[in-house]
Design a protein around this ligand. Structure first.
Ligand code: ADP
Ligand code: MG
Length: 365
């Protein structure tokens, strides 16, 4: 990937644009490498995302910039990563677009790995999901943006919780040393990091998260790509190749919730036919009109709307799964399944919106 059109080779100590000095690597993705830098002008820590230089990546980078600028201009921007600056660098592998972003902490997946089973407390999950839904409400309603890639890797922890009177410097220092010693995978260190960041040792319910990575996002009225979303979080309409819109993000949130609360991977199977089979077992029959509505429908369904190649389905509804398999109390199970089922409506136009989800009693329970 470090070739012409690929990543830019970067070393600790490099200074970008005469202003951002590289302290360590924060992460990387298909499009970019991301670096912890200090802004020599303000003394502030920032994350600099350096995109690959190939034509496709440059176009994607331009799109990401346009979307981020739109998000950053709005006064209600709180739950989405903020763009602080932008510049280009010319390197051995070509011209790279660089985005200077506010520095955030580790992502939800890393966190999940660190905390092991049974993972985060239900209170904590509700807290995180509320913030993700607030972010989506803002993206969908105010910015007319579909994120298209909601998954644990793209939900990042904030280093300066709003509820805390704790000076942010402490958290950032801890975070840098956590990164430097590359012990991010060590649950004890990460636990202390969060406890400190939350300003309340032993209590992780106060954490703040933001939605990151608008790298594959698009406008509600202008899509860049037909096939969106990471496979396991892909909504029914996208699996089938039908029209998609903001409701596709809501489906991903339901997958995220079930994954975070009870490690339920049923909705996140990677072979499409098995994935569809499981969706039907859990959520009931897909009406023929919906099943056959997409470009790929006939790859998976026959003309009667029955799944191809899978003869036997074992229906086991979400409510029953919660009670029988995961020992939920009846009241919790009924509220929770109601919350999830509304987000997993087969018809995108009937699926609940982020604003409606936020009013659901399960989040308040
Ligand atoms: P890509 O578009 O290449 O997937 P991302 O925006 O997802 O790039 O960033 C890749 C990784 O870099 C993320 O998974 C995360 O670990 C890290 N990262 C990205 N943005 C930030 C940020 N603002 N603060 C801290 N780490 C970040
Ligand atoms: Mg990413």
């Amino acid at each position: 990937d470090y070739c012409y059109g690929g990543y830019h080779p970067i070393q600790v100590g490099d200074v970008f644009n005469k202003r951002y000095k590289v302290l360590s690597k924060l992460g990387w993705g298909y499009f970019s490498t991301v670096w912890l830098c200090i802004d020599l002008r303000s003394g502030r820590h920032v994350a600099v995302k350096v995109l690959k230089s190939g034509a496709g990546f440059t176009q994607a980078g331009q799109d990401e910039l346009t979307l981020l600028r739109c998000v950053t201009r709005n006064p209600l921007k709180g739950r989405i990563v903020q763009l602080l600056d932008e510049f280009k660098i010319a390197g051995v592998n070509g011209i790279h677009i660089c985005l200077v972003l506010e520095l955030l902490g580790p992502d939800l997946r890393c966190w999940q790995v660190c905390f092991g089973n049974p993972g985060l407390s239900l209170t904590c999950v509700k807290h995180v999901i509320t913030q993700v839904l607030e972010g989506l409400e803002y993206l969908h309603r105010h910015c007319k943006i579909i994120h298209t890639d909601i998954k644990p890797e793209n939900i990042l922890l904030c280093l300066t919780p709003q509820s805390s009177s704790h000076p942010p410097g402490g958290a950032i220092q801890t975070y840098s040393s956590v990164i430097k010693t590359t012990m991010l995978q060590d649950p004890v260190i990460v636990y202390y990091f969060y406890a400190e960041a939350a300003g309340k040792p032993g209590n992780l319910d106060n954490i703040t998260v933001k939605i990151a990575d608008l790298g594959s996002s698009c406008w509600v009225y202008k899509h860049f790509c037909q096939e969106i979303q990471t496979r396991q979080y892909r909504s029914l309409e996208v699996l089938l190749g039908s029209e998609y819109g903001p409701p596709a993000d809501i489906w991903s949130v339901a997958c995220l919730v079930s994954l975070q609360t009870f490690r339920f991977v049923g909705l996140t199977i990677s072979i499409i036919l098995d994935h569809l089979a499981h969706i039907i077992e859990l959520l009931g029959m897909i009406p023929v009109s919906v099943a056959l509505s997409g470009k790929y429908s006939y790859e998976y369904f026959n003309h009667k709307g029955d799944l191809r190649r899978i003869a036997i389905l074992r229906p086991w509804g979400l409510y029953e799964v919660l009670v029988e398999k995961y020992d939920f109390l009846l009241r919790e199970a009924s509220l929770f399944s109601d919350f999830l089922l509304q987000m997993l409506d087969f018809l995108p136009e009937r699926r609940t919106t982020a604003a409606q989800c936020l009013k659901h009693p399960w989040l308040k329970l």
